[in-house]
Design a protein around this ligand. Structure first.
Ligand SMILES: O=C(O)C1=C[C@@H](OP(=O)(O)O)[C@@H](O)[C@H](O)C1
Ligand SMILES: C=C(OP(=O)(O)O)C(=O)O
Length: 420
């Protein structure tokens, strides 16, 4: 399929209203796929996301002997043998952080060698803290550059009573170890170290998914979890809609003064980004300071929305946005300044957005570099709802987590001019 080179958004000039459903949660789908793959028996995952990130996870599990059927657009039927087999070739996981980190730890449960690799962006995303923590368990694991590719020479077993992990750069390291730990042969305590403990909400998602697949995991202190060596059992599992995807629709609603029915109330989500709803609802009176540490994937949405706010907004607690699909702090400041010079600035790892409600209705031609990052493409599309001339480069990168994004906006009445 040829990729669309750029997409110019035509401001709808009216409130966006109607029904627009976000897809299934990426975070939950990739947890459920792995846990179902580690279980013995057949699990049925419904409401799941089908996108680049979940396809990479499913393909990797297939390469390790898991049977996965896809009877429709939102269902995976996963049959595991209770053991992952060594794959014949390196696992290629694109730029899917969840798949890469979760499978690196799960590879310790494989009796044989697993190479976990990704695209050129993933090869710049750090995985050193996870590799180091696995080494302390006696697992033979190496990542020469501190980023993928990672080689894990597993024996199918590991020895540990306690794992200490710094989740400051990525909470996914912690989630990965928690999911692996239930496959051990004795109880394991997993303890967070370091000052910055990352997005705890994602760890709650992990423990909830583990429990749904039969694991016993208990929080024994604010920074420690005890995981029993239960392994996993097959389960039927419903994936909730994606809260990060929902943020674009919530923001489109307030920006255009419309009424978008997502088919799910904002308080029904268990994912961390759902907390962005209460902030978005305050638009155009967003807080002067927003701490993004516990809802990092919502920061691009909030930052672009802030450009139209009554007063400036400073984003704090977002240092690890520099090691996401791209350096999101840089991508946001670059894109906003491309619209109007001086619209954003970086101060250390903080991002300050100089709001300007008078942007609405202006003709300001700007080509926005997505940096191959779905969230940069999706959030800047919001600016195109109110400013004439916003062009998103590489719009197809939304396929990472929300392949139907452009169609979803179109169904609400947004039109485009695309150029190959
Ligand atoms: O556990 C998860 O599902 C995720 C955790 C977050 O990443 P980090 O833990 O790397 O911050 C988030 O940005 C990512 O999109 C999904
Ligand atoms: C950071 C993200 O993804 P991941 O880390 O799973 O690649 C994201 O989806 O915004």
């Amino acid at each position: 399929m040829t990729r669309t080179a750029k997409l110019t958004i035509i401001p709808p000039g009216r409130p966006l209203s109607g029904r627009a459903m976000p897809p299934g949660s990426k975070s939950i789908t990739n947890r459920a796929l792995l846990l179902a793959g580690l279980a013995k028996g057949t699990s049925r995952l419904t409401g799941a996301l089908k996108s680049d990130d979940t396809r990479y996870m499913a393909e990797a599990l297939r390469a390790m002997g898991v049977a996965i059927d896809e009877p429709d657009d939102t269902t995976f039927v996963v049959t595991g043998s209770g053991r992952l087999k060594p794959p014949k070739a390196p696992l290629f996981l694109g730029n899917a952080g969840t798949a890469t980190r979760f499978l690196t730890a799960a590879a310790a449960l494989v009796d044989g060698t697993v190479v976990v690799d990704g695209d050129e962006h993933m090869r710049k995303r750090p995985i050193g803290p996870l590799v180091e923590a696995m080494r302390t368990l006696g697992i033979d694991v190496s990542a020469e550059t501190g980023c993928p590719p990672v080689t894990v020479k597993g024996t199918g077993r590991f020895q540990a009573d306690r794992i200490r992990i710094d989740g400051g750069l990525s909470s996914q390291y912690v989630s990965a170890l928690l999911m692996m730990a239930a496959g051990g042969d004795r109880p394991v305590d997993i303890e967070l170290i370091g000052e910055d403990i990352g997005a705890l909400g994602y760890i709650d998602l992990t423990t909830a998914a583990m429990k749904a697949f039969g694991a016993k995991v208990e929080k024994t202190s604010p920074v420690t979890w005890r995981v029993e060596p239960t392994g996993y059992r097959a389960a039927d599992f419903i994936v909730e809609p994606d809260a990060s995807a929902a943020t674009y629709l919530w923001a489109a609603e307030v920006l255009t003064g419309g009424a978008i029915d997502l088919g799910v109330p904002s308080d029904a989500f268990s994912q961390p980004d759902a907390r962005a709803y209460d902030i978005i609802a305050k638009f155009p009176h967003l807080p002067a300071e927003i701490d993004g540490s516990q809802m990092q994937d919502a920061v691009p949405t909030l930052a672009v929305l802030s450009a139209f706010n009554e007063t400036p907004v400073r984003f704090v607690g977002i240092a690890n946005l520099r090691v996401k699909e791209c350096d999101r702090i840089r991508a946001l400041s670059t894109g906003l300044n491309r619209i109007v010079s001086g619209l954003a600035r970086e101060e250390g790892d903080d991002l300050i957005v100089q709001s300007d409600p008078a942007l609405v209705g202006q003709h300001l031609p700007a080509e926005i570099d997505s940096f191959a990052d779905h969230r940069i493409a999706m959030s800047f599309a919001l600016a195109g709802l109110k400013i004439d001339g916003i062009t998103i480069l590489d719009p197809d990168c939304v396929a990472k987590t929300f392949p139907a994004y452009w169609r979803t906006l179109a169904a609400l009445g947004v039109t485009y001019q695309d150029q190959d």
